[in-house]
Design a protein around this ligand. Structure first.
Ligand code: SAM
Length: 222
């Protein structure tokens, strides 16, 4: 039966993949991968020899029609991204929407994503939160920060090492710089660590210690 599976892949530690994800990756007709070279490491590790094609932000519009056709022809297809859950700050949304429009079945298997471990280990309220992903780099950045300054839920951001200090400095402008923040880096990897303190403390910390790796920022509302 035709189906699009969304499968989450490890965010660092190769062991973080579910047994069912491996079974599905082995049994389908085709794997769509954001970067076929990046995913080949994981697929080799688990002896998965399913055919792999690329599906990324630069070709997703172009490939939609042919993927829908394959699904209509009763194929089973898996979408994976470089790390974590497809559709979470990664390609996926367009394809899922198109499948639903075409009455094709979609199943998302639960699995790794970076924001959940960062949020849960932050010690900040988890009952209500808003996932903000990456802040706009230029256009729309100020507007978004102004909107968020009224937020009443815990906020979760993704950020790169090059921009994190700028983002923390922007937070100190739009939020109270005594607000609690938790910054997790390199989750599930060798140099995993979490900084917890105020926005002000975090700026001092990253001015002393050069930010390296991948970051998730969890911020307390005002
Ligand atoms: N789809 C992924 C997910 O489900 O989390 C997110 C992909 S997005 C392109 C990459 C961003 O996710 C990084 O810039 C970082 O903010 C966050 N991220 C991914 N892996 C991480 C890790 N091991 N530790 C901390 N942050 C991570």
């Amino acid at each position: 039966m035709s189906k699009l599976f969304i499968v989450s892949t490890p965010i660092g530690n190769l062991g973080d993949i579910t047994l069912r994800s491996i079974e599905v990756l082995k049994s389908v007709d085709l794997i769509l991968a954001e970067d076929t070279r990046t995913s080949s490491k994981l697929l080799k590790h688990y002896n998965i020899d399913t055919v792999v094609e690329s599906f990324h932000m630069h070709n997703e519009h172009k490939k939609l029609e042919s993927i829908i056709k394959k699904l209509r022809d009763n194929r089973e297809i898996v979408l994976i991204s470089d790390a974590g859950t497809p559709g979470i700050s990664d390609p996926g949304f367009l394809l899922v929407r198109e499948c639903i429009k075409n009455d094709l079945e979609v199943e998302c298997l639960p699995g790794p994503t970076a924001f959940v471990p960062a949020l849960v280990s932050s010690g900040l309220p988890t009952d209500r939160f808003s996932f903000e992903g990456f802040l706009p780099v230029k256009k729309g950045r100020t507007k978004r920060l102004k909107e968020l300054s009224d937020q009443t839920k815990t906020m979760v951001f993704y950020e790169s090492p090059h921009r994190i200090l700028k983002t923390l400095k922007d937070f100190s402008k739009y939020f109270n710089d005594e607000s609690q923040i938790s910054i997790s880096r390199e989750l599930t990897k060798l140099f995993e660590e979490t900084f917890r303190g105020t926005i002000k403390d975090s700026i001092e910390h990253f001015e002393k210690t050069k930010p390296k790796g991948e970051f998730v920022i969890v911020l307390s509302p005002k």
